[in-house]
Design a binder for this molecule. Structure first.
Ligand code: V47
Ligand code: SF4
Length: 389
């Protein structure tokens, strides 16, 4: 532990708690949001990150499959909502078209498929169980990370099956894990305003709980930086920590910065980099029972992603040819966000961390720390050069 010059008594008392292995309370987390300096948060979050993972920084190689970019819900922050995008401008893939996309990755070096998209009636329980079993049949080793409680709540209700029965069928058809989406902000005061009509915070948590009880793993997200207050973020983190105490089934927490293009909340300003780093750090400090904190670099940009590795983040998402439309449309840093493995590895090395390729369940696949790429311009030190150098 480093010696820190505290700005106030709150910083000192929270540091003392963390040093002695105590977890911080909701009040402490709120005090961190309101009163702690960025430097303090960075030091504390980094201590925790390094105690858990040293310099290791994980990434995996995945591709996204988005059945549709139209949605019957009307979440105000989302550029998929049919209020924003006219249905005729969108796409709605058939099962065959989706399988063609899966097959287009045959022979490519990917270990995971991430399936996420809008909610429409034709994408029902049968559609998805057929899709998962066809993908498994075609490429058994590909890990299927698919759908969120938003879709599951909708398709189970339509099929008149309980969450328990539905999740059992989903598991049997070949889905391996759940991504963290659809969480937004759990508190009804905010959720009702930004994501009214879709599953509630309690329903989101219950579906993950059932999935964990089936022995499966999942991720969690929080969409921040719109109309919520710090109290709502703390409430969200607290509900996740409580469920994790109960099941231990979450792998990663992914804070998602609200981006304001092409949606009904476009009038809101976006958070600053300082706010983003603060949010990563407090998430790392508060969620003591989560192994990993992940940054989704296409949304925050490469520089902030590199910085985040000193503020509690140990995992970067968005590799290979990740062209997730939901972000491109919402105003992600890059039009078609792509990074080769080499670029991602260099990005991690240049801030003095060790790039580790993992599978979805965090088994180590390749340690890229000393890996030499064929046309590598050698790593020169802890300086942040443009990624293209
Ligand atoms: O639930 C929608 C968010 C999520 C916007 O688990 C927006 O590995 C910012 O959850 N600004 C879906 N965010 C994506 C997601 C995810 C991404 C990467 C990895 C994983 C994982 C999960 O995208 C939605 C919503 O919270 N979103 N619109 C927007 N304007
Ligand atoms: Fe639909 Fe999800 Fe967008 Fe809401 S966030 S409109 S549920 S795609």
């Amino acid at each position: 532990m480093l010696d820190i010059e505290y700005k106030n008594a709150i910083e000192e008392s929270i540091h003392t708690k963390v040093k002695s292995g105590q977890r911080i309370s909701e009040e402490d987390a709120l005090a961190l949001f309101n009163d702690a300096s960025l430097a303090f948060l960075g030091i504390l979050a980094n201590e925790i990150r390094e105690a858990k993972h040293q310099d290791r920084t994980y990434f995996n190689k995945n591709f996204h499959l988005e059945p549709t970019n139209v949605c019957l819900y009307t979440c105000t922050f989302c550029s998929y909502s049919r209020l924003i995008k006219k249905r005729e401008e969108g796409w709605e893939y058939s099962l065959e078209e989706m399988m063609d996309i899966v097959k287009s990755y045959d022979g490519k070096d990917v270990t995971e498929i991430h399936i996420v998209g809008g909610v429409l009636p034709q994408y029902d329980l049968k559609f998805y169980t057929d899709l998962f079993s066809q993908i498994k049949k075609h490429r058994p080793e590909l890990h299927i990370k698919a759908l969120t409680p938003v879709e599951y709540h909708y398709i189970f209700k339509k099929a008149k099956v309980s969450y328990e029965e539905g999740m059992r069928l989903i598991k049997e058809s070949g889905a391996d894990s759940l991504p963290g989406g659809g969480a937004e902000i759990f508190h009804p005061e905010i959720r009702d305003q930004i994501a009214g009509g879709k599953c509630s915070g309690e329903e989101w948590l219950r579906i993950h709980e059932i999935w964990h009880e089936l022995g499966q793993r999942s991720n969690a997200t929080m969409l921040y930086g719109h109309i919520e207050k710090y109290e709502h973020r703390v409430d969200h983190l607290s509900k996740l920590r409580m469920l994790q105490d109960k099941t231990g089934g979450f792998q990663t927490f992914i804070p998602l910065k609200f981006r304001n293009k092409n949606n009904q909340l476009s009038h809101l300003p976006e958070t600053t980099v300082i706010e983003d780093l603060k949010n990563y750090a407090i998430s790392r400090i508060y969620l003591d029972n989560f192994d990993h904190i992940k940054a989704y670099w296409p949304m925050i940009g490469r520089d902030t992603a590199q910085l985040s590795l000193s503020f509690g983040v140990d995992d970067l998402d968005g590799t290979i040819d990740d062209t997730t439309k939901i972000y491109t449309m919402a105003g992600s840093e890059e039009q078609a966000p792509t990074l080769s493995t080499q670029e991602l590895v260099q990005m991690i090395r240049r801030v003095g961390r060790k790039p580790i390729e993992r599978d979805t369940l965090y088994n180590v696949l390749t340690d890229y720390t000393n890996h030499e790429f064929e046309d590598d311009k050698h790593f020169k030190g802890y300086i942040s050069l443009p990624v293209s150098n």
